[in-house]
Write a new protein. Structure first.
Length: 124
């Protein structure tokens, strides 16, 4: 942006300097007006060219920013999906382990109950 402001300032400065120079030059009014018209048209063309260049640069940078943002979003989505998949796998693993402990516990309790019954029946 500093380059664009400097260029715009330089164009305006050149136009003002040219106008002052023409107005103080020893020429007829008709010649001065014609020269001012040419210089004004040149300055206008230069300003429009700079504006077009600036517009293209802004558009280019906006496209680059959009592309980078889309990439970051895609990467974040992929990372989130990976984390979810790992969490789901870990949850399934923990559920299987818990189920295994439940079955083992039930068997142990059943074995203890049966052993107690057997021991109780033997004492009678």
């Amino acid at each position: 942006m500093a380059k664009g402001k400097f260029a715009l300032g330089a164009i305006i400065g050149a136009a003002v300097g040219t106008a002052v120079g023409l107005l103080t030059a020893p020429k007829s009014g008709k010649e001065t007006r014609a020269e001012l018209k040419v210089k004004a048209e040149t300055a206008k063309k230069d300003a429009l060219d700079k504006a077009e260049d600036l517009s293209q640069e802004v558009s280019k940078r906006a496209t680059e920013a959009r592309t980078k943002a889309e990439k970051v979003a895609a990467d974040a989505k992929t990372t989130a999906e990976d984390v979810k998949a790992k969490a789901d796998a870990k949850a399934a693993e923990l559920k299987a382990t818990a189920e295994d402990y439940k079955v083992r516990g039930e068997k142990a309790v059943h074995g203890a109950v049966e052993g107690a019954k057997k021991g109780f029946n033997e004492k009678k």
